[in-house]
Design a protein around this ligand. Structure first.
Ligand code: SAH
Length: 198
């Protein structure tokens, strides 16, 4: 497992700037301040903040970079990435969640974001290449389209289903191929569903 060296200062600052209560369902606002996943509609969850911190820190988001996120959910991680990067493209398969994420992000005053309803397995080639890619649902194999859309030396963080847990793995693209830099942490994610929007 990759040695934990603490979360970088820029990521910590991003957490200070984004109020998670804007990104949970009405009535769950108090849960927003606990380090746990929170249920959102469509039988999905918004990830645990400490896990998001770990993932976006490992993604080494460049302030001038364009970042692709797969699995927008209610948009909390999208908001954090938007604070750290120049632009974010986020892909969500549920139209209902995408619509809500757009309004949450708007309320938070963040504008450098596009949320598209599409199949995350295909990425979003129109916006490529990306300097970092973060996947928020568990894939049963490497989503090759994402590697193709990544800059050379760009980082990809993706939970992969392996032996009973979802291992969050950090990759770097080198000579067009994903090189595994290490395991960030085992975790539990909702599956990265195959097939387009519902
Ligand atoms: N980053 C979000 C995670 C939400 S859960 C957060 O922390 O709030 C994962 C999301 O991935 C769900 O909203 C689910 O609808 C979405 N998802 C699952 N399979 C997908 C696919 N193939 N393409 C795009 N989104 C997908």
């Amino acid at each position: 497992m990759i040695e934990r060296e603490g979360i970088g200062g820029r990521v910590v600052d991003a957490f200070r700037k984004v109020d998670r209560a804007l990104f949970v369902p009405e009535g769950s606002e108090l849960e927003a301040y606990v380090d746990r996943p929170v249920s959102i509609p469509e039988r999905q969850t918004t990830s645990q903040p400490s896990l998001i911190a770990r993932m976006i820190d490992a993604a080494a988001i460049d302030p001038d970079g364009r970042v692709l996120e797969i699995g927008t959910g209610y948009g909390f991680q999208t908001a954090l990435i938007a604070v750290l990067a120049k632009a974010v493209v986020s892909i969500e398969r549920s139209p209902r969640l995408a619509e809500r994420a757009r309004s949450n992000l708007d309320r938070a005053g963040l504008r450098n974001i596009e949320v598209h309803v599409a199949d995350g397995w295909k990425g979003w080639p129109e916006g490529a290449p990306y300097s970092s890619i973060v996947v928020s649902a568990a894939a049963d194999r490497m989503p090759d389209a994402l590697v193709e859309q990544l800059d050379e030396r760009g980082r990809l963080v993706v939970p992969l289903k392996r032996r009973g847990s979802d291992d969050v793995i950090l990759f770097e693209r080198r000579k067009g191929k994903p090189v595994e830099l290490g395991l960030l942490t085992p975790a539990r994610f909702v599956p990265l569903v195959r097939g387009g929007p519902e």
